[in-house]
Write a protein that binds this ligand. Sequence first.
Ligand code: ZN
Ligand code: ZN
Length: 389
Amino acid sequence: MSSKDWIEKDFYSVLGVNKSASTDDIKKAYRKLARELHPDRNPGNRDAEERFKAVSEANDVLSDPRKRAEYDEMRQLFGSGAFRRSTRGAPTGGFDMSDLFGDGTATAGDRRFGGAGFSDLFGSIFSGGNRSSRRPGMTRGRDVEAEVTLDFGDAVRGVTMPITLRAPGVCDTCHGSGAKPGTSPRTCPVCHGSGLVTNNQGAFSLSEPCRNCQGVGTVVDQKCPECHGTGGVTKTRTMTIRIPAGVADGQRIRIAGRGEPGERGGPPGDLYVLIKVRDDALFGRYGDDLTLAVPITFAEAVTGVDLRVPTLDGSVTLRVPPGTPSGRTLRVRGKGIIRRDKTVGDLLVTVDVVVPKDLTPEARKALEEFAASSPPAPRQQLESRLNHV
Ligand SMILES: [Zn+2]
Ligand SMILES: [Zn+2]
């Protein structure tokens, strides 16, 4: 969801709660509406479907205290201000919030970085980039997302690994000004350096970022050859991270303090790592249990067998009792995945009776003798039915 969405949507009224509603009240309101509007109860009703989506979206933000605080703050800053009006049909065609925050409000030192992401928005606002609300305060660094692919065993046991992050940084050649070394940006002739232009439109006086300089207040005549005038370059940062034991494919883990550094002594952001796990040739995973399929012969299934099976650390011997049917799963305690609370899941061994396709003449003869001397398969029920047909 873009930051612009957040400004334009009133999640409180969508859920029918007031701004001071507790998290519990919000959850209750959401559950009630979600039940009423659920597509299963309103088949083919587009209006209900749209409202269902809107209610889910509102709940997603308001039920998360951190997102809710960000949302509230953003609504307070922009919700009813001139910015919002100007996005709705200003005579010059309005502007994109991403222009405003991604480019327009950044200082010369960090101008024109990033996209329209929410963290970008707040990074800009709270780093003091916004001219009209420049604050000297500390800034928390941005959160960073990364993805790693782990071998199965590493995911189970945990691993320490290097990770390389790419992030926007200030161009070293021009120190972020975007101007060719030896030249300087000059004051924008349109907005005279303010970064804003004012349109008088009837009773309203609307300010919007200057389109000549994208709200920066300066223009660059000779662009820096390194960054082509943007002032920014992509920088890589390598660090070592510790992936805890037992992570699963698709899990997202947070590593506190390993995001981008803060500014002016502010704390660093967090690193979020999306985990991908490669399949293992032998082992599978079921929750916190490891799974393993082991082929056995018919004779072993009948008479029982001691099986030596691999685990993730060493091997264990497992007793398959006489008369074990194919497909039975045997549990080896404590040889599975290490959980967060340090307890350990189990190893689930499923035996699979293999039926040979080719037999030696001796084996065939022995099998025929076996068949002749063993009771028939228990098909009495089927046969009694057949006799009545
Ligand atoms: Zn440069
Ligand atoms: Zn300008």
